[in-house]
Design a protein around this ligand. Structure first.
Ligand SMILES: Nc1nc2c(ncn2[C@@H]2O[C@H](COP(=O)(O)OP(=O)(O)O)[C@@H](O)[C@H]2O)c(=O)[nH]1
Ligand SMILES: [Mg+2]
Length: 483
């Protein structure tokens, strides 16, 4: 199904290239062709600066390859691709791409000047790292984030526009997030895949409670519900994650020695430990405690106050080895749900997400170009082909099956057949070899089924649009009703 869909778009790209020897339409067609034939799904991480995007990238990759905090290297768009070697390639705005030496653990280097020129002169940086067992099977595109200095906004929006799917990272409650989101939406235009290609993430949940020693999960869950309702049209779901814990829990930096440090903390007077964990400064100043300043700073950097408390509690319950601590931290980080969402709602639909993004890009280019009229018509015509209608319906089946669309079981099954079968009789629930009259009768019955849903004003608009697409497809399968 995805293949038919992609092939049709590629054919259209060839027509663009034949008609336009240069200019924006040809560029758009080249980009689309590149994306459709690329191996992995490209997922961009968007959101404000300091939202915790790079920390999440590290968590998902399982190694600290993305610099975090405020260094010059966080001001560029970086595309992280699992590979068999460590290689960093800078693509400047002008001039040819060149390689620079990777950071000490592979990944983007952090020292100032390490990229060979200033962030404002760099289009993007490709970071390949030798790791085959990454949690998610995709290319992650880290962006500097909105409201960063220099040209971060424009670069971020371009990168988000070129990706197939997106994680939108929101650090904490505030109207600013919704505004940033609206800004990104305007910048990236509309993709056919719409919200189903976007996941909202509430990051840094350990910072939600006023007292960092309190359990962040109750407020995090409430906030996720509020955001999910508010951003219903924009994202498919909103997932809370303790990013710093996830980064440490899924990475390789936490050692047996660190586990020993947590056990030392747990062996100390519980009241004194609790007081020392009042905030970051009081822990760093805790010279009377069992750890020296260097170790306190190290643990704090890796775990935060919340993670330190979790670790000490686990040690108090008898946890010993690093593995044991990491399993607990991973569970309490909420990273599992994010990984699952990427693996189950984005990656398996790579073909559709990519083709939908491609078509949206072509439409946008056609609209902006004075010679784009024919392409607009061609895209519209393409949208009416059965392969497209089926791909669009496949997307709806996915939504219906995951409980996002309210349809009864009979309708879902009818939809599944329509979306998955190319032979008209089969798509209408008949044996593949059926008589013309049987097909006509079944088509008329299915047209009536979907027309009922389409005209039911009590149903949500998205469902009625789906019903319309289904009705039109069934009509095309009827020998006398073809449009
Ligand atoms: N306490 C805490 N700090 C975090 C968390 N995630 C990120 N940070 C810190 O917040 C700062 C900004 O994070 P970063 O990932 O660089 O944000 P970006 O600008 O969106 O890429 C860094 O100093 C991180 O260590 C988190 O879950 N908890
Ligand atoms: Mg960053």
């Amino acid at each position: 199904m995805d293949d038919d869909f992609s092939r049709e778009v590629l054919r259209l790209c060839a027509r663009v290239t034949a008609r336009h020897t240069d200019g924006p339409l040809r560029d758009a067609a080249r980009l689309v062709r590149e994306r459709l034939t690329a191996g992995r799904l490209r997922v961009a991480i968007g959101g404000r600066m300091n939202a915790g995007k790079s920390t999440l990238v590290n968590a998902l990759i399982g190694r600290r390859v993305a610099p975090t905090g405020n260094t010059e290297c966080t001001l560029v768009v970086a595309r992280y691709t699992p590979s068999y070697l460590d290689r960093v390639t800078v693509t400047p705005r002008r001039d040819a791409p060149y390689e620079v030496r990777p950071g000490p653990r592979g990944g983007l280097p952090v020292e100032p000047g390490a990229l060979g020129r200033g962030p404002e002169d760099i289009l993007w940086v490709d970071v390949e790292f030798s790791k085959k067992d990454m949690s998610v099977e995709c290319v992650l595109v880290d962006t500097p984030g909105l409201d960063s200095l220099n040209r971060g906004d424009e670069a971020s929006i371009d990168a988000l526009g070129e990706a197939d799917a997106m994680l939108f990272v929101m650090p904490h409650p505030g109207t600013g997030d919704t505004e940033a989101f609206a800004e990104i939406r305007r910048g990236v235009g509309t993709s056919l895949a719409g919200r189903s290609g976007r996941i909202g993430v509430i990051s840094q949940i350990d910072r939600l409670p006023t007292d960092p020693r309190d359990d962040p999960w109750p407020p995090a869950r409430r906030l996720a519900e509020t955001y999910a309702a508010e951003l219903r049209e924009q994202v498919s779901e909103v997932i809370p994650v303790a990013g710093l814990l996830a980064e440490t829990a899924l990475g390789a930096d936490f050692t047996e020695r660190d586990a020993g440090l947590l056990r030392l903390l747990a062996g100390h007077d519980p009241g004194e430990l609790y007081d020392a964990l009042y905030d970051a400064d009081s822990f760093l100043d805790w010279d009377e405690g069992p750890l020296d300043g260097h170790d306190r700073a190290r643990l704090l950097r890796m775990l935060g106050i919340h993670g330190l408390l979790l670790g000490a509690e686990a040690a108090g319950r008898g946890a010993r080895g690093a593995e044991e601590f990491l399993a607990l931290l991973r569970e309490r980080s909420g990273a599992g749900r994010l990984i699952e969402a990427i693996e189950h709602t984005l990656v398996p639909r790579a073909g559709w997400l990519r083709a939908a993004a491609a078509l949206a890009r072509l439409t946008e280019a056609a609209r902006a170009d004075p010679h784009g009229g024919w392409l607009m018509d061609a895209v519209e015509e393409l949208g009416r082909r059965p392969a497209f209608a089926r791909a669009g319906l496949g997307e709806m089946v996915w939504q219906a099956e995951s409980g996002r669309l309210r349809l009864d079981a009979g309708d879902v099954e009818a939809l599944r057949l329509l979306a998955s079968r190319a032979v008209p009789a089969e798509a209408l629930g008949l044996p593949p070899v059926s008589g013309r009259d049987d097909v006509a009768r079944a088509a008329a019955r299915e047209v009536a089924r979907w027309r009922r849903v389409e005209q039911d004003l009590a149903r949500p608009p998205s469902l009625r649009r789906l019903a319309r697409a289904a009705r039109e497809l069934c009509q095309d399968y009827h020998p006398d009703m073809r449009r």
